[in-house]
Design a protein. Structure first.
Length: 475
């Protein structure tokens, strides 16, 4: 762990294993932090806050630039660590490192644009000035699926704003977090500004994050269930909260879209990170008369995707994170087949040597998916593409909105009018119009409803770490 500028073992001496999900091998042992460690980290962050927040924006910006440059220098090493502990293909890991570094660069700039305002008063002898100030100590909890970029998407704006941070990464991917903290250390960010607590059991750390008086903000990316639980507790202590939670993205193909172009886009985004992405399509709506053409193109592309160890060239489908993820996918596929779905390809765990030691599930295509199936409601977080046929009389936007989630949605159409109506009518935070990658450090990322609250990236991202202070001056 990295606490107050020093690398430490856990107070109780405990460790836990980090596994390679492609092979089941133990990659490393890391410190299993607990109550004492998280308190020490929060205290260090609190102590460092006065130093860090009183630097000029230009000084903080300089540290972030340095960290960005170091990330670029270490891109290949970071990507390899990611593929080993998380499983995604090396090319995808390199892309993620770049995406993660982009947040450091973007917020190095935004640090210098934290503007207040002056407001005219109705009284001639009064002036109003609004000041933006950092919140204080930020507790950050990150998931395993994007183990580098989910860290920088939180830490870069927090640091730019002048906050200090205690980070708790997912237990499956602490090695990427350790590498990121080495970068912050090498960038000479003052001690205590960034602290890392690794833990096998997240609960004791989470309890302090939501209740300790020094923590002023909780920023969480993970499941809706855990996010809601933590937000409930944190709100009792009036902490600011940002939540990036689960998704259940619709992918709507309109009847004027080119089915081949739409299928190409749908495959790319569905199987990104083996389906383990919060913006992964979970319901692909296709006009009934286009289903055959769409499915033929879609499944031929799926069948061409190679599953395997992300270190091997040409691999597109890596392992799932663990046995629970395999069980969830198996359950959803079995439920769909029982209720009348048709299996086009895949539909089983891959047990061929040497993949049987990892958590591989064959990329799967289901058609005849209907609203009564689990997969229509539950986030899959795996490589299963459910295709739903719709008729001209159906209101496909209403069908797409029929979910508790509200993160990403995708639309394929050649009509500007349809695109605009869908953009306005879909109740989701991010809409891709003929675009499967509507994400960037410069653009606000986040969801509504059970997908969370707050935005990351863009100018909105830094506001999540700022307090608004009003000064009324009698002159
Ligand atoms: P998860 O909720 O199980 O874990 C996420 C993080 O929360 C991990 O660091 C974990 O250790 C921690 N955690 C779990 N229980 C906790 C507790 N009781 N107290 C404190 N911390 C606790 O989710 P996951 O399965 O690791 O991640 C996948 C989920 O994350 C999916 O639902 C996915 O959609 C979501 N996600 C969302 C976004 C987004 O930007 N909206 C991005 C990536 C992932």
């Amino acid at each position: 762990m990295f606490i107050d500028g020093k690398w430490k073992e856990a107070e109780n001496g405990g460790t836990f294993d980090v596994l390679n999900p492609a092979t089941g091998e133990v990659l490393a042992k890391v410190a299993d932090g607990g109550h004492e460690d998280v308190i020490a980290a929060i205290n260090a962050a609190d102590k460092a806050f006065s130093v860090w927040s009183s630097l000029t924006a230009y000084q903080r910006s300089h540290y972030l630039y340095t960290a960005f440059q170091l990330m670029m220098d270490k891109k290949e090493d970071l990507a390899r660590t990611m593929t080993l502990e998380q499983g995604k293909p090396l090319a995808a890991a390199r892309n993620e490192v770049q995406y993660g570094a982009d947040f450091l660069l973007w917020f190095a700039e935004e640090a210098k644009r934290i503007y207040g305002q002056t407001i005219p008063s109705s009284r001639p002898d009064q002036r109003f000035i609004v000041l933006k100030q950092p919140l204080g100590v930020v507790a950050a909890i990150t998931p395993w699926n994007y183990p580098v970029s989910m860290i920088t998407r939180k830490l870069a704006p927090a640091l730019a704003a002048g906050c200090t941070v205690v980070l708790k990464p997912a237990e499956a991917t602490p090695l990427c977090a350790i590498e990121m903290c080495k970068i912050f250390q090498e960038a000479q960010i003052p001690e205590g500004v960034v602290n890392l607590v690794t833990a096998c059991d997240p609960k004791p750390v989470g309890e302090q994050f939501v209740s300790h008086p020094f923590v002023r903000k909780l920023t969480f990316t993970g499941s809706t269930k855990v996010g809601k639980m933590l937000a409930g507790k944190a709100s009792r202590h009036m902490k600011r909260i940002s939540l990036e939670l689960g998704g259940h993205a619709p992918f709507i193909v309109f009847d004027d879209a080119d089915p081949v172009h739409a299928a190409k886009g749908a495959v790319l985004v569905k199987f990104l990170n083996t389906g383990q992405a919060c913006i992964s399509p979970n319901r692909i709506f296709v006009p009934r008369h286009m289903v055959d053409a769409f499915t033929a193109e879609f499944s031929s592309r799926v069948n061409a995707m190679k599953a395997g160890n992300g270190m091997d060239p040409g691999v597109k489908i890596g392992p799932l994170v663990g046995p629970d993820a395999i069980a969830k996918v198996e359950n959803q596929v079995a439920d769909a087949l029982k209720k009348g779905a048709r299996l086009i390809t895949g539909g089983k765990r891959i047990m061929d040597s040497p993949l049987e030691k990892g958590y591989f599930y064959a990329p799967t295509v289901l058609t005849r998916v209907t609203q009564d199936m689990l997969i229509f409601r539950e986030e899959t977080f795996g490589p299963v593409a459910p295709i739903i046929a719709y008729d001209p009389a159906d209101d496909v936007i209403a069908m797409a909105n029929d979910t508790n989630y509200g993160l990403a949605a995708y639309v394929y159409t050649q009509s500007t009018s349809r695109a605009m109506r869908a953009f306005e009518g879909l109740r989701f935070g991010i809409i891709g119009i003929n675009d499967i990658n509507p994400t960037s450090a410069a653009a606000p990322f986040g969801g509504i409803k059970d997908s969370g609250m707050g935005r990351e990236g863009a100018k909105e991202g830094i506001n999540e770490y700022l307090e608004t202070k009003l000064g009324g001056f009698s002159v």
